[in-house]
Design a binder for this molecule. Sequence first.
Ligand SMILES: Cc1cc2nc3c(=O)[nH]c(=O)nc-3n(C[C@H](O)[C@H](O)[C@H](O)COP(=O)(O)OP(=O)(O)OC[C@H]3O[C@@H](n4cnc5c(N)ncnc54)[C@H](O)[C@@H]3O)c2cc1C
Length: 398
Amino acid sequence: MRMISSYTSRLTIGSRHEGLQMTTPEATIAEVRTDVRRFLAEELAAASFRPTCDSWIQGHSVAFSRKLGDRGWLGMTWPQRYGGGGHSARERFTVIEELLAAGAPVAAHWIADRQTGPLLLRAGTEQQKRTFLPAIARGRLFIAAGMSEPDSGSDLASVRTRAVPTATGWRVSGRKVWTSHAHRSHYLLALVRTAAPDGDRHAGLSQMLIKLDSPGVAVRPIEVMTGESHFTEVTLDDVDVPNGMVVGRVGDGWRGVMSELAHERSGPERYLSTFPLLAELVSGGTVDGETALADIGSATARLWALRSLSLRVQDLLERGSPTDTAAALVKDLGTRLEGDIINITRRASQRGPGRADHGALPGLLRAAQLAAPSFTLRGGTNEILRGLVARGLGARDA
Ligand SMILES: Cc1cc2nc3c(=O)[nH]c(=O)nc-3n(C[C@H](O)[C@H](O)[C@H](O)COP(=O)(O)OP(=O)(O)OC[C@H]3O[C@@H](n4cnc5c(N)ncnc54)[C@H](O)[C@@H]3O)c2cc1C
């Protein structure tokens, strides 16, 4: 029987560059990775955060997000004239995989940096780009995603929140639910119906930025199993939204949402939510037995394959190519792996979850176990994603 420590004492992510379609020199990637690891080591030494699983949803720290903004690690790929860094998608990928692998608290800025910013860049007005992007890139402006409603999650085209035109903009009424961190964000990017579907369910939808401290907005945090409240219910009661806040063309909201979802489904957060747990299991050096070693080896191989697929999708996104099927595949396969890592750890360590003060492994196991039911739901359920993949492969018509 061999101990895992005889293979490696530390599991890290991304020590080799695949060189897919990425043009960023290997040395630049290595430099970025070293910088982020140094920063994380300093932050850990200063106890500025405690590593956790699912840190892109559970780890909310305004101070930490600001530090990332100050270092130029938000809005990394955006043009410098909008406060971005002008870096490659590959450099951004490196930064975020290191942050996630370390379980760092990145939730505050996550949605604005991952999907709202790219949407604004693609479809926003010049005024919107100049107003919102620099503040997001500095970690000073947080935006929540207002797609789901009480009767409209998988079937987003059925949203019932309505916006009617007024002399100065729009008046919005409706209810959004499962809105991550709306109680800690400045704006909600809401999918609303601005016109009747008229035969095409995807027509007549629009996306608009709604200031969350506007009169008529009520945000109610929803408590989850962890005892925390990271998502909310947002009620919009005749909320006046001024002109200039619709992102993209009025009536073209479906396209905007689809482009957001491609960013939302394909990144490393879809397979790294429980990576800190696997890394802790390996670094403990006490895993024994062929079965446990085989499980860890298999999980690592799956991680590596998913990473390659995710890198490919980032590359396609950067070129503006279609990614729906591949992004759905990353999320479906990735979230299943995230769950499997929990079971592998339980079996290999012979431990159950415990509180954070019971030690690193029980604390991480607890965080992972409690968050796990959400992995295959958020961002589109696995059933829906498999339907998308089937359609993308030509195995299904509609
Ligand atoms: C942690 C977390 C964070 C979230 N954050 C946000 C957020 O910030 N913003 C936001 O807008 N939403 C957010 N959501 C909501 C999430 O996107 C929805 O929960 C998800 O899209 C599913 O919608 P639903 O909950 O209404 O389930 P439903 O659509 O009611 O689905 C219920 C079940 O039926 C199945 N089902 C439904 N339709 C079909 C079909 N056509 N074929 C096969 N099976 C089907 C589903 O797979 C699921 O198992 C979050 C959810 C979670 C868990």
